[in-house]
Design a binder for this molecule. Structure first.
Ligand code: BDR
Ligand code: CA
Length: 313
């Protein structure tokens, strides 16, 4: 049995797509299902994109489910300004022929958790936490069978990207994030503080493009599409590769440093909606509820990613 049995909950998004490819290229990981959520683009696109990525990886056998089309109690905010109209702008991939599962993503999460031995399935959210929070609300007992939640979201030192105070995934559905952080399931957070150090510099970008397979040049086309946004905004040498940090953390946790701290989500203030109030310095007596990453060995991360992507068709 693979070391990690995971459900990827995702809103692809080019960086989500690279995370999916990394997982599918890694023998230590068994992807039990991919559940799509609305986020970077609406659900109809994220579920289609997830299937395109599975087909690119030569894995049409992965069950892909559509989950929630809108946040728990707010209107959907999307990020076409970063990811393009389709969410996966770059080289255009063929329309997928593999089926979308009939079962709703939330039902799939709960079914998989109920059927697997308790404490064996890790949830890997790469988008807004709507599906994950809905599963917990619907059946907290089954939800508690999850081994862990390893998610991309939030920030402390970097504060925000979609607003001055909030990171996109948490901002889109702060109530869902609040509920997930209160769930009691062990949580690891890969925030902007880490992902903004995982930059696709020109040599890293060229190395993807030079891979002698189908996946490498497609990844390079995605990253060169979405890097323009972050490069302009932050003046960096390349764009941050956010979501693959989640999968890299499963594969090589020593690439990251974390602190076990309390993280609360701001849901009330219009000014700071979705802020991850992370007690990095331990200045409150609030109980720790998450391992919050603060640093990454960026070269180690890109070496891992490059080696694994090279295994794909
Ligand atoms: C997160 O938001 C999305 O745009 C990316 O896919 C990533 O999950 C970064 O803030
Ligand atoms: Ca994402």
């Amino acid at each position: 049995m693979a070391e990690h049995r995971i459900i990827i909950d995702t809103d692809p998004g080019q960086d989500d797509a690279v995370a999916i490819l990394l997982a599918l290229a890694s023998p230590e990981i068994d992807v039990l299902a991919i559940t799509a959520v609305a986020g970077n683009v609406p659900l109809a696109l994220t579920q289609t994109n997830a299937r395109k990525v599975c087909e690119l990886a030569g894995r049409p056998d992965i069950p892909v489910h559509a989950g929630c089309a809108a946040p728990l109690s707010r209107s959907l905010v999307t990020a076409e300004h970063v990811h393009g109209k389709t969410g996966l702008d770059g080289v255009e991939l063929p329309a997928p022929t593999m089926p979308l599962q009939d079962e709703h993503g939330v039902d799939a999460i709960l079914r998989i958790l109920a059927d697997a031995p308790a404490g064996t399935v890790t949830l890997c959210p790469l988008g807004p936490l709507t599906n994950i929070a809905t599963a917990r609300a619907r059946d907290p007992e089954t939800f508690a069978r999850a081994k862990a939640i390893v998610l991309m979201g939030g920030a402390y030192f970097e504060v925000g990207n979609i607003t001055p105070a909030a990171e996109f995934n948490i901002y889109v559905d702060p109530e869902a994030a609040r509920d997930v952080f209160a769930s009691g399931v062990p949580i690891t957070v890969l925030p902007l503080d880490v992902t903004h150090k995982a930059l696709i510099t020109p040599p890293r970008h060229e190395a993807f493009g030079a891979l002698p397979n189908r996946a490498g040049p497609v990844v390079a086309s995605w990253t060169s599409f979405f890097e323009r946004f972050d490069k302009e905004k932050y003046g960096n040498d390349g764009a941050p590769l956010h979501d693959p940090c989640v999968i890299a953390y499963l594969l090589e946790p020593t690439l990251f440093t974390t602190r076990h701290i309390n993280v609360e989500i701001e849901v009330d203030s219009p000014l700071t909606r979705g802020m991850t109030v992370a007690d990095w310095w331990g200045v409150t007596d609030r109980a720790p509820n998450a391992d919050f990453a603060g640093d990454v060995d960026a070269d180690g991360f890109f070496n891992l990613l490059h080696t694994r992507l090279a295994r794909l068709p």
